[in-house]
Design a protein around this ligand. Structure first.
Ligand code: 6PG
Length: 501
């Protein structure tokens, strides 16, 4: 029935779209859904007969007509061209002040472009990161929205109600929602991030950090198995115990489950029958490319992407393994318990560094794109619902509460103390891995980042001299004010250097 009574519409009924639609419906909002292939809409409605707030339409026209004015439409289709095609098809059907919300993993620069284009038509565009996978979409995702404040005000009620919630005092996620029974109370894991592409940018950085977190966990598993001689099941139990402490997080929790899982086919540990060739959809790469573009050091995120790339050349590695020599695995010169504790410490220190890099990126991006980001709030909305949700994020919120202008998380008193306490074990673990030929690109790059950041003098004095030698690229001097550049005539180095104006 096209009575223009529905609160919101959703286009794209792949699993994320379906789950988000059901989540919205559970919260009492009237929602219309549309899918290019109508049979999918019919099938979805048939599978959810007891959700009266849900309705579907075969024609896009009818779908739009069913919505209250100004219309609010969420697009949950594949990022890239499919999103543009849906937007194109909607423009002629929409009016001034209507809102399109893109809930896909769009590139923030596409979101900026789309927002500009739609604003020429008087239509609002919200680029909203939606994190938490299928389960998050269904029971409470973390939502990072960018666009005009007017658009945010239009979607705010729905976004705040459907998002995950955290306990206001402890910051702990309030979970346990069941279909039709939304979580009551708590601080919503949804926020207005800023203008145009900021929401999608923050979601991208979330994913970059997700890549680093996942790779770190893999490195910990690799070392516990190869150096510690522990079985998948034993390592799974260790991860379960870590989930009770400072590493308490969704990714640690699911790793415990995965490692304790048996392959139903062979009866072997499930993880051991999975091929070691990683896939990726590109958000970690975007984060790293953007870090390079802005000149922000984010080596740990980049190493996590490269580790996936190296894993993907499986056949080439298998060939190389028959040719290239390594070194024997060292035996532990400490108890297994101490070794396990050292890996946990190394993982925590590396994690602090990769988050420091992610927040540095957002700090630089806000200057580049004239956003005003609230870093404490970003950490807070990542506390529940999303893939990187972790107890540790509360410490980041507290760090930015102590100092909203904190230049780097490493300088916060809590994180400074943590690294100072744990760095001995971190260094031991990295050196043991290096001396045993076990790759640990995120653990070691995080350590190099930490050591680089805390050194007042690095060897790039020599690099500047090299650049000046072969390319007259100039250098600054330690005994002259910053920003004053010199060049030495390297064919006649005894001559006085020239000051470059
Ligand atoms: C999330 C996830 C989600 C998706 C990743 C997977 O926040 O819910 O990040 O967006 O799982 O995009 O990315 P890869 O396929 O690149 O690992």
């Amino acid at each position: 029935m096209n009575d223009s009574s529905k609160d919101i519409g959703l286009i794209g009924l792949a699993v994320m779209g379906q789950n988000l639609a059901l989540n919205i419906a559970d919260h009492g909002f009237q929602i219309s859904v549309f899918n290019r292939t109508y049979s999918k809409t019919v099938d979805f409605l048939e599978r959810n007969p007891s959700t009266p707030t849900l309705s579907g339409h075969e024609s896009l026209n009818d779908f739009v007509s069913s919505l209250k004015k100004p219309c609010k439409i969420i697009i949950m289709v594949q990022a890239g061209k499919p999103t543009d095609l849906v937007i194109e098809s909607l423009i002629p059907l929409l009016q001034k002040d209507d809102v399109i919300i893109d809930g896909g993993n769009a590139k923030w620069t596409d979101t900026i472009r789309r927002e500009r284009k739609l604003s020429d038509h008087g239509i609002h565009f919200v680029g909203s990161g939606v994190s938490g996978g299928e389960e998050g979409a269904r029971f409470g995702p973390s939502l990072m929205s960018g666009g005009s404040i007017d658009a945010w005000n239009q979607i705010k009620d729905i976004w705040l109600s459907i998002s995950a919630k955290v306990d206001p005092s402890s910051g702990k996620p309030l979970g346990g929602a069941e279909p039709g029974k939304p979580v009551e109370g708590g601080v919503p894991c949804a926020a207005y991030i800023g203008t145009d592409g900021s929401g999608h940018y923050v979601k991208m950085v979330h994913n970059g950090i997700e890549y680093a977190d996942m790779q770190m966990i893999c490195e910990a598993y690799h070392m516990l198995s190869s150096l510690g001689g522990l079985s998948a099941n034993q390592i799974g139990e260790i991860f379960k115990s870590w989930d009770e402490g400072i590493l308490d997080s969704f990714l640690i929790e699911i790793t415990g489950d995965i490692l304790c899982q048996q392959d139903p086919r062979s009866g072997n540990p499930f993880v051991e029958v999975v091929l070691d060739a990683a896939g990726q959809k590109g958000t970690g790469k975007w984060t790293s490319v953007n870090a390079l573009d802005m000149g922000v050091p984010a080596p740990t995120v980049a190493e996590a992407v490269f580790a996936r790339c190296l894993s993907a050349v499986k056949e080439e590695r298998a060939h190389a393994s028959e040719i290239l020599a390594g070194v024997p695995i060292r035996s532990l010169d400490c108890s297994v318990d101490h070794f396990v504790e050292s890996i946990r410490d190394a993982l925590y220190c590396s994690k602090i560094c990769s988050y420091a890099q992610g927040f540095q990126l957002m700090r630089e991006a806000q200057n580049e794109y004239s956003w005003k980001l609230n870093f404490g709030e970003i950490a807070q909305i990542w506390r529940g619902g999303c893939i990187i949700r972790a107890a540790f994020l509360q410490k980041i919120t507290e760090a930015f509460e102590r100092n909203s202008e904190l230049p780097n998380l490493l300088l916060d008193e809590y994180f400074k103390e943590c690294i100072s306490t744990y760095q001995g074990n971190w260094r031991e673990v990295v050196s043991l891995a290096v001396n045993s030929g076990i790759p640990c690109p995120t653990f070691s790059s995080a350590l190099a980042y930490y050591d680089g950041y805390r050194n007042a003098r690095l060897p790039q004095n020599l690099l500047q001299a090299q650049r000046d030698y072969f390319g007259a690229h100039t250098y600054e001097r330690i005994d002259e004010p910053r920003g004053t550049f010199f060049h030495l005539d390297w064919l006649h180095p005894d001559r006085p250097e020239s000051r470059i104006e």
